[in-house]
Design a binder for this molecule. Structure first.
Ligand code: PAF
Length: 287
């Protein structure tokens, strides 16, 4: 596996691969990789000749007081995982390589979409995500890019950005990977103490509860949300940021089960903010 620290190195390697006629997949990450990321690389390897993964903790998507400085990092471990899963090149730039000191250009969706769900408490988050992802797209020029459905709002926003800006890149969404006991895999799970790790199971438990209600034919999305909230409130270490039902494409709130409904949550366990979700497509689940 090639390690590239500069944009120029990535560009010249990608050019060489293009001359050979290879297709290219991109897996953008912030590192501290786990099986969730590995599943993105596996899918990229299946669908593309060469896979580039980026490992970059992107400062522009962290707000003041968030965990930019403490975000977990282990580049050696990341390289081992990426190599084992067949990644061809890892791009690991310094912040100064990605952002000029006087950088003043952002990519931002000018609608209410990034203001919903996580955007309510993280107002600049999706502007930072769109900016760095569009820079990565310009650097790597992939045919396809792979993102996890755990960050469902991020995935929807990137799909919209790609469509609005005519990127011509196929966005592939990959399923949430869970621990055996149900907790969605996340780099932030490492912040949890043993007691908090147990308490964190309340997220997946209430996801499964909501999923069961939807599958059993509950037509009122609000009732499902209420049941999920009541369930989370039984856990003393949990503090809800949001639990919401939104349209799976626009991310705008919905009350009834029509089209694809995304049930999404962010919950603090102690100081750690975790997210989880499921989506329910009414048409594909008709009895
Ligand atoms: O999902 C993430 O890890 C990040 O938001 C991403 C897409 C790599 C952009 O920094």
């Amino acid at each position: 596996m090639i390690t590239a620290n500069t944009i120029a190195e990535v560009r010249s390697q990608v050019l060489a691969w293009r001359k050979e006629g290879y297709s290219i997949g991109l897996v953008p990450t912030m590192g501290y990789l786990h099986e969730g990321h590995a599943s993105l690389v596996d899918e990229a390897v299946k669908q593309c000749d060469k896979v580039v993964a980026s490992v970059f903790v992107n400062p522009t998507q962290f707000g003041p007081g968030e965990d930019l400085e403490t975000y977990p990092r282990d580049f050696e471990h990341d390289c081992r995982l990426l190599e084992e899963h067949g990644c061809s090149m890892v791009f690991h730039p310094e912040v100064a390589e990605m952002y000029f000191e006087d950088a003043a250009t952002y990519v931002e969706i000018q609608s209410d979409m990034p203001k919903q769900l996580c955007g309510k408490t993280r107002p600049i988050h999706f502007r930072g995500v769109c900016t760095v992802v569009s820079k990565l797209f310009n650097i790597v020029c992939p045919d396809k890019a792979f993102f996890g459905q755990k960050d469902a709002q991020q995935l929807a926003i990137i799909r919209k950005m790609v469509r609005d800006l005519s990127y011509g890149i196929e966005i592939v969404g990959c399923p949430i990977i869970r621990e055996e006991d149900g907790l969605a895999k996340s780099s932030r799970n490492t912040y949890l103490s043993p007691e908090e790790r147990k308490a964190a199971l309340i997220l997946s438990k209430s996801i499964f509860l909501g999923q069961k209600m939807a599958q059993e034919g509950e037509k009122d999305a609000g009732r499902i949300v209420e049941a999920m909230i009541r369930n989370i409130e039984t856990e003393p270490l949990a503090r809800i940021d949001y639990v919401s039902a939104v349209d799976g494409i626009t991310m705008m709130p919905v009350s009834s089960m029509e089209g694809t409904v995304l049930f999404a949550m962010a919950v603090y366990i102690g100081k750690t903010r975790l997210i989880d979700n499921f989506d329910y497509n009414v048409n594909t689940h008709l009895p």
